[in-house]
Design a protein. Structure first.
Length: 239
């Protein structure tokens, strides 16, 4: 018998989020649906305040929607406890942010290895894996440095390595080139594209830069908390 197909990395159905404020609240996301299969690369674009970051926060299980359903690698999230959500993020999602978010008191090596150490892996194999990945992203000469001692481009390469060292199903990247010069931005974008192809990690990226969005296989423009393009409903997310 043929093997069963793996579940999508991400299934979101009619996600809605309103933040407190004014009389009726401030709507940030209004019934957005999205599916990412393993290996997909989608870029979300739109003006500030259109809902990009809110969408990424919900799809990365960093915040809960007011309504709608979310499945990550086949796991429904709506009834998970905060502890269970934390474990799900740690095991199946990687995050890359605009300002790197490296821990300043840890070396580059320790930062990259951190997801494996949090998962219970012993120090030596975790650091060996981190060293190999650092070579892959071109920062093996910076492993003993602290984040304050390296360039912005090197810091973002370390952040990308940390985000994928545990082979997540989904990578959330919020303006990953936004604080870099154009040359380093291109390098980070090429690195993300290569890792997407080589490891089959689905990527959901938010950007203001059309040249960054052009590298993705899917372009999802947003306005007023909605996609400008229609997306089919997710039947499997309703079960």
């Amino acid at each position: 018998m043929p093997s069963e197909a793996p579940p999508p990395a991400l299934e979101a159905l009619r996600l809605t989020r309103t933040y407190p404020g004014a009389e009726d609240g401030v709507p940030a996301l209004n019934g957005v649906s999205l599916t990412l299969a393993r290996g997909d690369f989608a870029a979300v674009t739109g003006p500030s305040g259109c809902g990009k970051s809110t969408l990424l926060q919900l799809c990365g299980a960093m915040d809960r929607p007011d309504a709608g359903q979310l499945r990550l690698d086949g796991t429904a999230t709506e009834h998970l406890s905060e502890v269970e959500l934390t474990r799900l993020r740690r095991e199946r999602i990687g995050f890359v942010f605009q300002f790197f978010n490296l821990l300043p008191t840890l070396t580059v090596l320790e930062n990259i290895a951190l997801p494996l150490r949090l998962a219970g892996q012993k120090q030596r194999p975790a650091e060996l894996a981190a060293t190999q990945l650092a070579e892959r992203v071109g920062i093996s000469h910076r492993l003993r440095h602290l984040p304050a001692q390296i360039s912005g481009g090197e810091a973002q390469r370390a952040a990308v390595a940390r985000a994928v060292i545990h082979r997540p199903r989904l990578l959330i990247a919020d303006e990953p080139t936004g604080s870099l010069d154009s040359d380093n931005g291109r390098r980070i974008l090429q690195l993300l594209t290569d890792l997407n192809t080589e490891l089959g990690i689905a990527i959901l990226l938010a950007t203001h830069d059309p040249s960054v969005a052009a590298a993705a296989s899917r372009h999802l423009p947003m306005k007023d908390g909605r996609f400008l393009e229609s997306h089919p409903p997710l039947e499997s997310a309703s079960t």
